[in-house]
Design a protein around this ligand. Sequence first.
Ligand SMILES: Cc1cc2nc3c(=O)[nH]c(=O)nc-3n(C[C@H](O)[C@H](O)[C@H](O)COP(=O)(O)OP(=O)(O)OC[C@H]3O[C@@H](n4cnc5c(N)ncnc54)[C@H](O)[C@@H]3O)c2cc1C
Length: 419
Amino acid sequence: MDCLREIEGKQAHDPMFIEKMNKSSKPRCIMVPGPVIVGAGPSGLATAACLKEKGVPSVVLERSNCIASLWQLKTYNRLRLHLPKQFCELPLMGFPSDFPTYPTKQQFVDYLEAYARRFDIRPRFNETVSQAEYDDKLKFWRVRSSDLKGKKVEYVCWWLVVATGENAEAMVPAIEGRAEFDGDIRHTSSYKSGEEFRGKKVLVVGCGNSGMEVCLDLCNHNARPSLVVRDTVHVLPREMLGRSTFGLSMWLLRWLPMRLVDRFLLIVSWLMLGDTARFGLDRPRLGPLELKNLSGKTPVLDVGTLAKIKSGDIKVCPSIKRLKRYAVEFENGKTENFDAIILATGYKSNVPSWLKETNMFSEKDGYPRKPFPNGWKGECGLYAVGFTKRGLLGTSMDAKRIAEDIERCWKAEAKQGQR
Ligand SMILES: Cc1cc2nc3c(=O)[nH]c(=O)nc-3n(C[C@H](O)[C@H](O)[C@H](O)COP(=O)(O)OP(=O)(O)OC[C@H]3O[C@@H](n4cnc5c(N)ncnc54)[C@H](O)[C@@H]3O)c2cc1C
């Protein structure tokens, strides 16, 4: 590390080198003594804070112009945390006690801003990482980024932490006849409020938490939403027996096997919500927790949408066959007019597009190949935070483990005098 830093230092003062660099399109090279963290969402911030606490400095690169860009720029206004705040706090700093059980999106962003301030985390904004690969000869990671003007930088580091998230890019399905549809089609990442759809007929595609909530929001703004349900889905009340369904499940899992807890959740849900299949929402064969564990598919925590489906304010529709000018033809042969379509079709990881490594991360889905809880660590100083399909709880676990692991190497190197 020392010799590289020395070369870098000499280069910085060498006029011939500077002139050459200015002429060539080669990126500027920056040596980073600690880890480079890609992404300034909750996962990147949590890892940087845990490292800081252990005396390890890091560089955080963020493609957007703010922290937590998913929350600030790509979520709808009515969003609140889906889980109670005690399951969503990052390591080393809890939520303020006066926050409600389910903080609003703005409160969550305020919390993250305060978190970044407290640990003095200053991400380098507007830097998109376009490539990262391990240099086998030098035994370093080379992380290339470019800013809005196309200026390129290469960061050279021993440790690389991938914190770009499970929701890096919107998943947009190919729908036959899409080009023919003359109404508004957008992904939920660009939906803010039902206000602009007042009085309009809107088709929401996808019945996860986002699709259900967008439907409710549309109803509350006097739009006329319909919901495409292509798959089976578990809808659970957000609270049961006076406690959050999530908290209660975690507590029961301490004493009972998962299948029994699933049975319990389904019985209470049936008592509280009725038979959801009657309203077009068939339940999967596996229970909600077992399904989440095996496939990562999250149950919907109902915040009022089901009542609107029961009352007929939200209509349930089958899969789309094709789109026409202002109409949608469904798989059951029926055609209906719509003014707009909102795709609540989820997100995907973007890791395969920039990380030139295939041992730790799968090229297929951009997730670590090793299942939870072992996906956080790869070879040669490569780490992943926030890819557990377990939300912010998973993020906290990963961040703490990564910081402990890097601290060990950091201290060992300091002892050997390599830094
Ligand atoms: C609508 C919605 C509600 C949710 N509610 C909850 C909840 O209540 N509780 C919960 O636990 N989880 C919830 N989640 C899950 C959510 O993904 C996590 O809470 C959290 O945002 C994950 O943090 P992250 O840092 O891993 O990813 P993100 O928040 O997605 O942050 C990743 C960051 O990496 C940046 N980035 C991506 N690619 C690059 C690149 N190439 N170069 C540089 N930067 C890059 C992005 O711009 C982004 O800022 C929700 C998700 C959604 C979509």
